[in-house]
Write a protein that binds this ligand. Sequence first.
Ligand SMILES: NC(=O)C1=CN([C@@H]2O[C@H](COP(=O)(O)OP(=O)(O)OC[C@H]3O[C@@H](n4cnc5c(N)ncnc54)[C@H](O)[C@@H]3O)[C@@H](O)[C@H]2O)[C@@H](O)CC1
Ligand SMILES: [K+]
Length: 223
Amino acid sequence: MKAYSKEQIRELDRIAIEEYQIPSVVLMENAGAGAARIIAREMGAQKSVAIFCGKGNNGGDGFVIARHLHNNGMNTHVFFLGEAAQVPVDSDPGINLRILQNMKIPIREVSDVDSLKEYKDIWQNCDYVVDAIFGTGLCRDISGNLHTIMSEIKSWNKKNIAIDIPSGLDGNTGEIYGVILPAELTITFALPKKGFFVQDGPNVTGNIEVVDISIPKELVEKL
Ligand SMILES: NC(=O)C1=CN([C@@H]2O[C@H](COP(=O)(O)OP(=O)(O)OC[C@H]3O[C@@H](n4cnc5c(N)ncnc54)[C@H](O)[C@@H]3O)[C@@H](O)[C@H]2O)[C@@H](O)CC1
Ligand SMILES: [K+]
């Protein structure tokens, strides 16, 4: 499987958005809808899923996934690692967050391990964890409350499905930024990332599925 750097993939996204004029929210919709189809297939008869969303675009993908899985009849529980009110309303994650709020899907805010434990009745009954905490934007060590929250989620040993990249993994080097959520399955967007195949990558990525988010084929062929 040929792999690409974070910079190459970011540049691909940029050209698709700025030159081909594909709205970034359309790319996010394609990413989330494609991932949701794979997750629904993986889950089969198991119906409960906890989706952990971070504050960046990876979290935005998580919001799209939540909408589609909810519409599919799954018991879909959304946890947001931060304050929902601080997500810019016109950003792509903000747009998708608002749709969930309009659908009256609860967004449970998690600021530390104690707030996560308050929701134990919910997550302990979930068969799957969808990890939409960090994607290609992770650029430094994970510390403080985020570190303890992710360590707690990791300790549950549930079936983790990573969105784009297992949170904590560097998409280029395969190094771990302090803590990692190892995945059974990584659903990655557009192209596989180099970090999946080097250093710790192969131990934490699990099976890899690539979702086409409608990047023009001519662009990919030029890489
Ligand atoms: N831009 C695009 O065209 C698309 C992006 N997509 C998704 O967007 C992701 C990339 O989104 P972003 O660039 O917003 O990045 P992330 O969603 O990975 O979020 C990074 C955010 O966390 C912060 N951060 C980085 N390291 C941190 C640390 N150690 N502790 C705390 N905060 C930290 C960053 O400042 C940034 O605000 C991709 O992985 C993919 O999932 C998809 O929706 C497809 C289209
Ligand atoms: K992720």
